[in-house]
Ligand binder design. Structure first.
Ligand code: NAD
Length: 484
């Protein structure tokens, strides 16, 4: 029998997990559970990453974690356990399926517009790296990591999944018109992978336009792949289209370890009352069952759930207010009572189970994901970020004195807008400038040259940070300032 790790979570977590496991037990799902210690109470015991080392070991041995929502203590300087789990175990693809559920009234269900959108969200990179610094008391910076191997991994997963499910269309949501290097790289990877799937219609939509189109014509979308933060926002938008967070499941898929959970959180406002809706966690459980090859069990329970919803049975957060709502346990029991019944809309076919046990991986070292190490790298210059409340011309006068024989001062910008050599007096300033120096005559520079400039400039300014201006192959690997 396949064994999986289960963490019940915080808030409503234990209530909805117990309900879902009772449905699994009634359906005689052949899974064994090992309960692990994760969540707020583990943080409270002094474990800084919210899980015990036994829990980590168990999850790494079993390869599958079914988890309830978890709370991360606020203001204690600890990182979100949910994000830590996804990142530590490289669950790089977050798949969230949003489908019309008959019995769950929405604007679209009333208008007869069916929704079946799968969001694939990159799950590890982006601003979720959480690498942030205050570089002056007034200025906070976040590093946004978009990497080629990280993007390729999730985009390949999205195409493969779309192709297997016979998708009509796969769309990349992005903001590459503004973030040309980060989102530009993600988009480039998307079309690179698309070449291997000529039968799949692949296109891209800028993320704000995507949001507008999703709320006006959601039925025109099928699979949508996005970077982490944009994917997070767009997937909550999609949850709203199908009835709210109570119906939003999520699978965090990796090569070795996968995590199945609901999109929603611990719902502290209703925790302990026994009234939470277990549907999202149950839908996440279906993904888990499919993941381990238990297709027939997944479809049988899903048919019972769909039948239950169609017959108007509901928890307090949705459904006909004139009909009394069921509590969490009663709702689970109603599903169990409907085992063997098929819904009128979208019944799932009978299938054969091919239970697969999860492989136990003993990795001897961390995998290095590198796509092309043969690209030539050249340093063209450096962006030096300095703290100052002087005016742009005064900064330039000082910087010019430090440029020496190897560098020329190209421009100065403030929050990405050029303020020297040209600019506007109407541009508001903060006390952090970027002085961009490039090599005179396009000569290649080395790191010692850059450090020399840093040391020299630090005689006049507090230099907060620096970024090299590189060329990779024939591509300039840095953005221009607005107005440059
Ligand atoms: P939330 O999703 O917990 O709650 C938002 C609203 O939706 C609340 O009104 C809540 O009652 C309702 N709701 C959520 N799930 C429901 C369900 N199953 N049935 C009925 N109603 C439901 O979001 P929040 O209040 O912003 O976050 C609370 C906590 O959860 C925070 O500590 C947050 O960090 C954590 N969180 C965890 C996860 C996760 O574990 N993956 C995800 C999101 C938030």
């Amino acid at each position: 029998m396949t064994k999986i790790a289960v963490a019940k979570g915080d808030g409503i977590g234990p209530e909805i997990m117990d309900a879902v496991l009772s449905v699994f037990q009634a359906a005689q799902v052949p899974l064994e559970y090992e309960f692990v210690d994760m969540g707020k109470w583990v943080f409270d015991k002094g474990f800084s990453n919210g899980m015990t080392s036994e829990a980590q070991q168990t999850i790494e041995n079993l390869g599958i974690l079914f988890k309830g929502p978890m709370e991360t203590p606020k203001g204690k300087g600890v990182k979100s356990i949910n994000v830590t789990a996804r990142k530590t175990w490289n669950t790089y693809a977050n798949k969230r399926v949003f489908q019309t559920l008959h019995g769950v009234d929405t604007v679209f269900s009333k208008a007869g517009i069916p929704i079946d959108v799968t969001i694939v969200r990159e799950n590890i990179e982006d601003t979720y790296g959480g690498v942030e610094h205050m570089i002056t008391p007034d200025v906070a910076l976040s590093r946004r990591f978009i990497t080629r191997p990280g993007s390729m991994q999730v985009i390949k997963y999205a195409f493969e999944m779309a192709s297997k499910k016979g998708a009509r269309r796969i769309t990349c949501g992005h903001k590459a018109n503004i973030m040309k290097l980060t989102d530009g790289l993600f988009l480039e990877c998307f079309y690179e992978v698309a070449k291997n799937y000529p039968d799949l219609k692949a296109d891209d939509v800028i993320v704000d336009d995507l949001c507008m189109k999703l709320v006006t014509r959601p039925d025109t979308f099928d699979v949508v792949v996005l970077t982490n933060l944009q994917g997070d926002i767009v997937s909550d938008l999609c949850a709203g289209l199908v009835g709210g967070l109570g119906f939003a499941p999520s699978a965090n898929v990796g090569d070795h370890i996968s995590i199945f959970e609901a999109v929603h959180g611990t719902a502290p406002d209703i925790a302990g009352k026994g009234i939470a809706n277990p549907t999202a966690l149950l839908l996440s459980g279906f993904s888990l069952l499919q993941h381990v090859g238990l297709y027939d069990k997944a479809n049988m329970i899903e048919n019972a759930l769909l039948y239950t919803l169609e017959s108007g049975v509901h928890t307090g957060d949705f459904g006909d207010r004139n009909k009394p709502s069921l509590n969490t346990t009663e709702f689970a029991n109603a599903i169990i009572a409907n085992f063997g019944k098929k819904p009128e809309h979208n019944p799932k076919p009978d299938m054969t189970d091919h239970a697969v046990s999860c492989t136990v991986f003993n990795l001897s070292k961390n995998a290095m994901m590198e796509s092309d190490s043969t690209i030539t790298e050249k340093i063209n210059g450096v962006d030096l970020f300095i703290e100052s409340n002087l005016q742009p011309q005064e900064i330039a006068d000082k910087c010019l004195r430090h440029a020496g024989v190897k560098f020329k001062l190209v421009n100065i910008s403030n929050r990405g807008t050029q303020v020297w050599p040209t600019g506007s007096k109407f541009t508001n300033l903060v006390n952090q400038y970027n002085a961009r120096f490039e090599s005179i005559d396009d000569h290649a520079l080395n790191q010692q040259d850059v450090i020399g400039l840093y040391v020299s400039l630090s005689g006049d300014f507090r230099v907060c940070s620096l970024e090299l201006l590189n060329t990779f192959g024939d591509k300039k690997a840095y953005s221009l300032a607005q107005g440059q």
